[in-house]
Design a protein around this ligand. Structure first.
Ligand code: LLP
Length: 429
């Protein structure tokens, strides 16, 4: 589900007009739909309903306190990757006891914090890490709950920067040595072996790699259950979303239908539940993008048009510092004008930002309706890995964020001021 659609000639998020929002709050502006986030969470929990399943939302996808609070209120757990994220979860009203702590490089301070707050599991990525956790837990007089992240050496068939389940990736413990790793960890005095985790990659658009990985790892899970009494198996995140044709009423004549095939939650659960149910364990999922990706847009305004000899450039007020996915992963984001196009006229344009880098573009040779300076456009599917990856590059303040709930728009982060930008900097005496 997504809640962005045209109404009376203008793009809306739920019951809120995006042109009005841009007038009130300026651009670039991130806008999220509460209904969409909740719908995705519920569909996922329902889809896996036959299992004893816990959704631990991958906090990194969108970690605004309001988004985390929304999910905490629904009873979600959280997958975190830093002490900072754990801090956020608590501020947002989340329960540390429902947090899994992932990441290849947890620091001593982060491990201490996780133990102090009583997180559900450290998802450990090396034997060196489990050794340190054992020492720290001993110092604190605690037993640390851990799960190894196994690297099943399965090709997720996604962009190389977000593929994580192959042996050449830095993630997890090699499938070939995982049994020995468990044996040694289980012998450590301050370690409680609690589960097994894997995550093979992000933005998977087929269920096949998930099935392949679960089939490969399931016998290991059974063995670990038998030997160490593990209580959970986390299958990670990675469910891909459709980045094209994401508008609810995509019938406008200019809309060029592509046929990106979505990986539906129905297909995902229909294929995985029968493999997971016989294990008789708690199943954890760590979805990030699926929950929030299509729930957000980046609203921006056209500054100038530049007609060169080779190209037409539409220069907008958002840039790679606001949304880095196209520059970093060649990520596609659909772009739609806020004012609904009146006919099917389009021309091929490059949508580019003001930053001094040729990689600062959002679309190249994209057929879009004619645009004028002052027109607003929305970059769709920007709810995941959008704001969270924003930076101040070129000393550009970070955008504001809005959470729409029906007809109400809540500011959930103020636009950064120029003073915010330099806070913390000092010129030596
Ligand atoms: N669990 C672990 C251990 C992860 O590392 C990740 C994402 C997830 C769960 C959630 O994956 P998801 O369901 O969102 O696919 N910035 C990139 C994506 C990086 C994903 C990193 N890990 C992008 O914009 O495409």
């Amino acid at each position: 589900m997504h809640s962005f659609h045209y109404e009376n000639g203008s793009l809306q998020c739920e019951g809120v007009n995006l042109d009005n929002l841009a007038d009130q709050h300026g651009t670039p502006l991130y806008v999220y739909s509460k209904a969409t986030i909740l719908d995705h969470y519920r569909r996922l929990s329902d889809g896996m309903g036959e299992l004893d399943c816990e959704v631990c939302y991958a906090t990194k996808a969108n970690s605004n306190l309001a988004v985390l609070n929304l999910l905490a209120e629904e009873g979600a757990g959280f997958d975190i990757v830093s002490g900072g994220e754990l801090f956020r979860i608590e501020k947002a009203g989340g329960d540390p006891a429902k947090c899994t702590f992932a990441g290849v490089g947890k620091t001593r301070a982060e491990i201490e914090l996780g133990l102090e707050k009583g997180i559900y599991s450290f998802n450990v990525e090396s034997e060196a890490e489990v050794a340190l956790i054992n020492v720290i837990a001993g110092e604190m007089g605690k037993k640390a709950p851990v799960a190894f992240r196994v690297n099943p050496n399965v090709d997720a068939k996604t962009h190389k920067y977000i593929s994580t389940g192959k042996s050449e990736n830095k993630f997890g413990v090699d499938f070939s040595v995982i049994r020995e790793a468990y044996e040694r960890a289980a012998a450590l005095p301050n370690i409680e072996v609690r589960g097994l985790q894997m995550h093979i990659g992000s933005q998977l658009t087929s269920s096949n790699p998930f099935v392949e990985a679960v089939e490969k790892v399931a016998p290991l899970v059974e063995e670990l259950k038998e030997k160490y009494g593990i209580e959970f198996f986390s299958i990670g995140g990675g469910i891909g979303i459709v980045y094209e044709d994401t508008l609810a009423s995509g019938d406008s004549a200019w809309w060029d239908k592509r046929d990106e095939k979505p990986l539906t939650i129905e297909e995902y659960s229909a294929r995985l539940v029968p493999l997971l149910k016989p294990l008789g364990l708690k199943i954890i999922m760590e979805p990030g993008r699926f929950m929030v990706g299509n729930a957000g847009v980046l609203l921006t305004e056209v500054l100038y048009e530049k007609r060169g000899s080779a190209k037409i450039f539409q220069i907008i007020d958002a840039a790679m510092n606001d949304l880095i996915r196209p520059a970093l992963y060649e990520g596609h984001h659909d772009i739609v004008p806020v004012k609904e196009p009146v006919d099917g006229t389009t021309e091929a344009v490059d949508i580019v930002g003001p930053v001094c880098e040729s990689g600062d573009f959002f679309a190249q040779n994209r057929e879009l309706p004619p645009l004028d300076s002052g027109d607003r456009i929305a970059l769709l599917s920007a709810g995941a890995y959008g704001f969270v990856m924003a930076s101040n590059y070129n000393t550009r303040p970070m955008p504001a964020e809005i959470l729409v709930d029906g007809k109400v728009a809540h500011v959930i982060r103020k636009r950064q001021s120029l003073d915010d930008l330099i806070a913390g900097e000092m010129i030596p005496e």
